[in-house]
Design a protein around this ligand. Structure first.
Ligand code: NAD
Length: 256
């Protein structure tokens, strides 16, 4: 379905990014994995995904906190038909205690990186006459939670950027949309479960349902495969007229 297309997925050596990259490789795309590290494991991951899917997969190191490296990632990829802006970090603290360097890092990685990658990719998409941009926002792009000022600001910013880019590309066969996940089961979330159990003195199931998934009415995590499936749908012919919008994958969180 996506053969002949190159997909660049930022922050894709774990979690949602890797899940999206895997679905794209399964659909036949040439896939570029990325993170800020350049380890043997990173390159081995690309080889493994390529062997499993039969698609070309390469790994390119670029630090999404640096604008120049964001733009260089797209140049080094050589082509960018599909761009998924996924790299992201979190920090939780009351605003008066929020470290300035954490604010700057979250705005840089979770928001500004997308400005840079999009700016570098759009000329390639225009030249190719086709392009799909998928920004991984969050339920926190649409609603807020206390103590996540930088994250919520960056994710709301991503939703605004998504709408703006959609308008700028509306007359081309280019779309720009955001996926807004609630809680997705990733290694990062899995790692929070034991601490939550200890903190609240709860068994695993209770800690998941009452604490972690407190705001997710389905009381189930989304999976990275499901996020990959939605991203693949946004690159399909059926989604050609879907642009400038958000798709929530949050088990009902934002319906509350
Ligand atoms: P994760 O920590 O597993 O993945 C984050 C990825 O970003 C990793 O590959 C990491 O290496 C990369 N990254 C971090 N800093 C980077 C940098 N400076 N340069 C390049 N890459 C960098 O977490 P995840 O849960 O898979 O999160 C992926 C995205 O999904 C984030 O934008 C996050 O905000 C969003 N999200 C996650 C959830 C969830 O429940 N897991 C929910 C909503 C939104």
């Amino acid at each position: 379905k996506l053969s002949g297309k190159t997909a660049v997925v930022t922050g894709s050596n774990s979690g949602i990014g890797l899940g999206v990259a895997t679905e794209f490789a399964r659909a036949g795309a040439r896939v570029v994995l990325n993170s800020y590290t350049d380890s043997e494991e990173d390159h081995a991951l690309a080889r493994k995904l390529s062997e499993e899917t039969g698609s070309e997969v390469l790994y390119i190191k670029a630090d999404m906190s640096k604008g120049g490296e964001c733009r260089q990632l797209i140049e080094t990829a050589g082509a960018c038909d599909i761009l998924v802006n996924n790299a992201g970090i979190q920090h939780v603290a009351p605003v008066e205690d929020f470290p300035q360097e954490k604010w700057d890092a979250i705005i840089a990685i979770n928001l500004s990186s997308s400005f840079h990658t999009i700016a570098a990719a759009i000329p390639m998409m225009k030249a190719a006459g086709w392009g799909r941009i998928v920004n991984i926002a969050s339920a926190h792009g649409l609603t807020a939670s206390p103590y996540k000022s930088a994250y919520v600001s960056a994710k709301h910013g991503i939703v605004g950027l998504t709408k703006t880019i959609a308008l700028e590309t509306a007359r081309e066969d280019i779309t720009c949309n955001a996926i807004c996940p609630g809680y997705v089961m990733t290694p990062l979330v899995e790692a929070q479960i034991p601490d939550t159990m200890k903190q609240y003195g709860m068994e695993r199931e209770e800690a998941i349902e009452k604490v972690i998934l407190d705001r997710q009415p389905s009381k189930e995590f989304a999976t990275v495969e499901e996020i990959g499936g939605v991203a693949t749908f946004l690159c399909s012919d059926a989604a050609r007229q879907i642009t400038g919008t958000t798709i929530s994958v949050d088990g009902g969180w934002t319906a509350l």
